[in-house]
Ligand binder design. Structure first.
Ligand SMILES: Nc1nc2c(ncn2[C@@H]2O[C@H](COP(=O)(O)OP(=O)(O)OP(=O)(O)O)[C@@H](O)[C@H]2O)c(=O)[nH]1
Ligand SMILES: [Zn+2]
Length: 366
């Protein structure tokens, strides 16, 4: 460690502690704590070399509370973060502002978001063509991606297993507005080039999608080597549940992949702004309803109902939007409740401090 000089490096890996699944049984509920050490690449530009000429990672400790300073107060270091190391202690001192962040709303009464991956450019939403793609799931994952601030791209896998992959892709594209949809087969190599073209130098991507969609197979095909264990190899059947860390993996060409077990089983809670992105068509219709607070159930002058009647908006898409919208509203109320509780606690502390001061001084303060 060169002393006396601040260095900015990228958090390449944060050790996480995995505990047994929560009451819901969802492995995404596992409590994960960023524990020492955080590893970061040694390069001063904060970027890891691609390929095998990788520099030895630099290990940097965290402060006792496991957090670092940021614009938004003390925060957990996430994979992909740019962090400044304190020249004196060598500890991670500051997390630089994130240009994007993939977040998950953690379960439980304390409704906090957890950053799964920071400074991501591209979110590859991977869905299989066989069995049939689940459009609702694609919409959900696109919402997660839009919320992060990164660009989503849909990749439909297993094209070799269906007779008309491109016809199916059209249906998916109708549910993925303003998003490129690629059709690939890892088995034949079909369609991989346009996906590979996304992986420019310095581009950070994450891959999301259901188990068995072919995420690992796709990434390995892109990388030209095995960097993610695929379903076939994971004989113990425990796979992602036993992954104990998140990693930034260099790909050929200088792109980086963030692989996190949390992303594979992500419990996304929708977010209102991101929903307007995913469902721009529905949002546009809703803006034309006669009443600003239209519930699109029976109001006169409802543009959404009219579009459903006229067949311009399909029932499936409307139902999918409705479901995610309810989730977003519920989540918003939880966040509000948490903020209200925090505010109440703050005032309680202030009042208590005031009373203590009064007892001490014997007279009220101004
Ligand atoms: N025929 C065919 N099979 C594929 C293709 N892509 C993946 N598979 C197979 O699908 C299975 C699941 O692939 P994985 O890459 O492990 O899926 P995954 O999305 O990483 O799954 P998790 O790690 O559980 O999240 C494996 O048996 C792959 O060989 C493809 O393009 N064509
Ligand atoms: Zn309406």
């Amino acid at each position: 460690m060169t002393s006396g000089q601040w260095r900015v490096v990228r958090a390449e890996r944060t050790a996480v502690l995995v505990v047994p699944a929560g009451p819901s049984g969802d492995p995404g509920d596992t409590a994960e704590a960023a524990a020492e050490p955080v590893q970061a690449p040694r390069a001063d530009d904060g970027l890891a070399d691609s390929g095998d000429g990788r520099p030895e990672p630099l290990r940097a400790g965290l402060a006792r509370d496991g957090l670092a300073d940021s614009d938004e107060g003390r925060t957990t270091v996430a994979v992909g973060d740019l962090v400044a190391l304190d020249p004196e202690s060598g500890l991670v001192a500051t997390v630089l502002p994130r240009r994007s962040a993939l977040v998950r709303d953690t379960a439980g009464r304390t409704s906090h978001v957890q950053v799964l991956a920071a400074n991501v450019d591209v979110v590859l939403v991977v869905e299989h063509l066989d069995p049939d793609p689940d459009l609702g799931r694609v919409e959900r994952l696109l919402t997660l991606a839009w919320r992060s601030g990164a660009q989503p791209v849909v990749v439909l896998t297993k094209a070799d297993l269906v007779p008309d992959p491109h016809g199916m892709a059209q249906d998916v594209a109708a549910a993925a507005l303003a998003v490129d949809v690629h059709v690939v087969s890892a088995a034949t190599g079909e369609g991989l080039e346009p996906v590979r073209a996304l992986l420019g130098p310095g581009v950070t991507l994450v891959v999301v999608g259901p188990s068995g969609a072919g995420k690992s197979t796709l990434v390995n095909a892109l990388a030209g080597r095995e960097i993610m264990a695929t379903g076939e190899r994971r004989q113990d059947g425990r796979g992602r549940h036993t992954t104990t860390h998140r990693e930034l993996v260099p790909l050929p060409g200088g792109a980086m992949l963030i692989d996190t077990p949390g992303l594979r089983a992500v419990g996304l809670v929708a977010d209102a702004d991101a929903l307007d992105h995913t469902f721009a068509d529905v949002a546009e219709l809703a803006a034309r309803c006669r009443f600003a607070d239209c519930s699109h159930t029976r109001e006169p002058g409802c543009a959404v109902l009219a579009a459903l009647d006229g067949g311009e908006l399909d029932q499936r898409r409307f139902a999918s939007w409705r479901k995610l919208e309810r989730e977003a509203a519920y989540q918003e109320r939880r966040v509000d409740a948490r903020l209200a509780a925090a505010e109440k606690a703050r005032w309680k502390r202030i009042t208590q401090a005031y009373h203590r001061g009064q007892r001490g001084a014997g007279a009220p303060r101004p």
